[in-house]
Ligand binder design. Structure first.
Ligand code: TXA
Ligand code: MG
Length: 328
């Protein structure tokens, strides 16, 4: 389907009738269903093969739609809504009874996001309901940033795909937990800790488990705060190695490894992002998907400095590679 208003009308009707529609957002493509219809949401989990304890984000098209979904909207939530919505921000809040348990993955909380994408907002508005939408990929696969990516994973399983071209952000929204005394980032994105601290005028927290190899960190033995964090994620079919060190050393180590492997007849892809972190975010999942389409055997990737958006891209890269790091 296209983004024209007749198509969106049709897609919205599918959602209102309990069906599943994949749609573009500025971050990644989402797989949408009526968030208040437990059967429709259960079907999302089925087709994504997603564990039922991993909650879905509820997408809205107007700020005031947050009210009925939560028991209270705090002052700091309002500040973040005003500053970053519409945009790639998901806020975790205490859920009202309106949101079915299956949508929340059994949590007492709900994740809410007002996307920037006009197509996404138009679709939600026309559907007349909040739209539950995880990324529109099979669980564990790289997130989809084009309609083709969605098609590759879910063809035949869903009712429609809206093609809105490639996503501009390329990594999923920042998830911030607003239920504690101090807000905490549960999933990093292009809205960073520094952005939140500037908006709120105080320091906030980052989940200490982020970007740490699970079995190496004592803290990781605890139950993860964001259920999505405990599953293997974003994995390409190719083996992946991350090279860490001084940029020049990393380049020559990757070159050497590439040549050795090519001599052995392997198909190698190198992934070296220059200092443009936004571009790295935009292209990361697309590169993994391209590697899979080209039947690449191994991806050799250069680590990014883990600050700002670089931290967020590294969050995805580390998981894709199964924390397979080579220090050079
Ligand atoms: O950019 C995005 O957020 C995309 C687009 C489609 O909007 N959606 C997305 O959804 O990435 P998903 O389901 O792939 O990732 C949602 C993440 C998961 O890690 C999940 O565990 C976390 O958000 N999450 C959702 N609700 C939560 C809750 N109530 N408490 C803690 N974590 C939650
Ligand atoms: Mg996902």
């Amino acid at each position: 389907m296209t983004e024209n208003s007749e198509d969106l009308e049709l897609a919205a009707k599918i959602i209102a009738d309990g069906g599943l529609v994949a749609f573009p957002t500025e971050t990644v493509y989402g797989l949408g269903a009526n968030a208040l219809d437990p059967d429709a949401v259960a079907r999302i989990y089925e087709v994504k093969q997603r564990p039922s304890d991993n909650p879905s984000i509820v997408h809205i098209s107007e700020k005031n739609q947050i009210e009925p979904l939560t028991v209270r909207v705090t002052t700091e939530m309002r500040i973040l809504m005003d500053r970053f919505w519409p945009g790639p921000l998901t806020m975790i809040a205490l859920s009202s009874d309106l949101v079915p348990t299956v949508t929340r993955g059994g949590q007492p909380t709900v994740g809410i996001r007002l996307p920037e994408s006009r197509t996404a907002r138009e679709l939600i508005r026309k559907s007349g309901c909040p739209v539950a939408a995880p990324s529109a990929n099979i669980s564990g696969r790289p997130s989809p940033t084009t309609a083709q990516d969605v098609f590759d994973d879910l063809n035949g399983e869903i009712h429609a795909i809206i093609d809105g071209g490639p996503c501009s952000v390329g990594i999923e929204s920042t998830v911030i937990d607003m239920t504690g005394d101090i807000p905490m980032i549960l999933r990093p994105g292009i809205i960073t800790k520094e952005d939140f601290e500037e908006a709120l005028g105080r320091e906030i927290l980052t989940d200490p488990m982020l970007n740490v190899k699970p079995e190496l960190s004592g803290v990781n033995c605890k139950k993860p705060k964001s259920p999505g964090q405990k599953y293997r994620h974003y994995a390409p079919k190719a083996k992946m190695i991350i090279f860490e060190g001084e940029p020049d050393d990393v380049r020559s180590a990757i070159d050497e490894e590439r040549m050795e492997r090519e001599v052995m007849g392997q198909k190698v892809k190198t992934l070296i992002f220059e200092s443009d972190e936004r571009k790295a975010a935009r292209d990361f999942f697309a590169e993994l998907r391209e590697a899979d389409r080209n039947h690449v055997d191994v991806i050799l990737a250069a680590a990014l400095p883990e600050k700002g958006i670089g931290f967020s891209v590294m969050n995805r890269m580390l998981k894709s590679a199964g924390y397979n790091i080579r220090k050079v």
